[in-house]
Design a protein around this ligand. Sequence first.
Ligand code: NAD
Length: 320
Amino acid sequence: MRVLVTGGSGVNGSWVVRDLVGRGHETAVFENRADTTLIADVVADVEFVVGDVGDPGQLAETVTRLRPDCIIHLAAFVDCERDPHRAISVNVGGTASVCAAAVAAGVRRVVYTSSKAVYAPATGERGFPGYAPVAEDSELHPTGMYGISKLAAENVMAWYGRNHGLDCVSLRFATIFGPGRLQRHAGPINTYSSMIELPASGRPFTVDHGGDERDDIIYVLDVADAITTVALAPEPLRHPAYNVAAGRPVSMREFAAAIRRVIPGAALEVGPGTDPMSMPDPYYMALDGARLEEELGWRPRFDLDRAIRHYHELVQSRRS
Ligand SMILES: NC(=O)c1ccc[n+]([C@@H]2O[C@H](COP(=O)([O-])OP(=O)(O)OC[C@H]3O[C@@H](n4cnc5c(N)ncnc54)[C@H](O)[C@@H]3O)[C@@H](O)[C@H]2O)c1
C-alpha cells in the first residue's frame, strides 16, 4: 500500500513511519521541518517532502503526484493557548486541506490523529477520584483551544466523509509517553516521559504534587501500531472516531513504582495530591477502548513494565 504521513518525522509520526516501512509499505512524509533526526534509521526508505499543510496548493500537488491509498494526518500545532489563531489555521484549516487534496486525488482513507482533549475538562464523573471510562459517544464540550481545534478538525473530517465519500477516521489518543518527546516538546506534558528518561540517564526527577492523580497513559509504539492498524484495515471503518487507550488509569505513584522495578535506584520523588502537570484544563481520565478492540481486535501490546523496559533500553542504547 502507498501511505502519505503528514508530520511523519515528529514523535508519534516517526514510529508510524518506522512501522509502515517495516511492514513493507511505500511510505512518504510531508513535513514542514527538514529535520529527520527521529527517522534517521528509515529516512532512506521514504520519500521526504518538505511542505506545509497550510499551503493547500503544495499539498494538493504532492498528493496528486504520489497518489497514496491512505493519508495519515499527524501534522499539528500544539501550543494552542498561546496562539489560538495558528491553532485553528494549522489544525482545522490544515485538516480541511488534507481532506480536499485527498478527494481530488482519489485517496481512499484519511486517518486523523485527534486527542482525548476533546473530552476535557475531565471534571465530575470523568475525573478524580472515580475516573468513569469515557466512550466515543460521550458529550464533547472542550474548553481548551487544543481540544476545540481537534474537535473542529474531526467535524471537518466527518463533513468530507458525508459529502465526498472519503473514508475518514479520527483517533482520540490517551496521554502518550515515549522516546523523542523530550527532544520535541517542552513543559509538563512531558512528565511521564521525563520520569523514565531522567533516571535512565542518571538524573533525578521530582514533582512535589500529583502522586494520587490517575491517567490513561499509552506507549508511543502502541499508538503507532493502532494508527497503522486503522490505516491498513481492508474494509471501511464503521465509526467516525475511536479511542486509542490502555483502558486503565495509572496513578503517578504506580508509574513511579513500575519505573523503580525496571531502573533500580531511580531517583524519583512524587508528592501527594492531584494535577501533577498543573493544567488549566485538566484531562486526566480513563478512556473506554472497547470500540477499536471490538471492530479491529486492536489492544495495546505494551503493559507498563514492558513499555518502561523498552524505553529504558532505547535511552541506554542511544547513550552508548
Ligand atoms: N503526544 C501526545 O500525547 C498526543 C496525544 C494525542 C494526540 N496527539 C496528536 O498526535 C499528532 C502528533 O503528535 P506528536 O507528539 O508526534 O507531535 P510532534 O510535534 O512531535 O509532530 C508533529 C509534526 O508535524 C510537523 N508539523 C507541524 N506543523 C506542520 C505544518 N503546518 N505542516 C507540515 N508539518 C507540520 C512538525 O514539524 C512535527 O514534526 C498531533 O496531531 C497531536 O495533536 C498527540
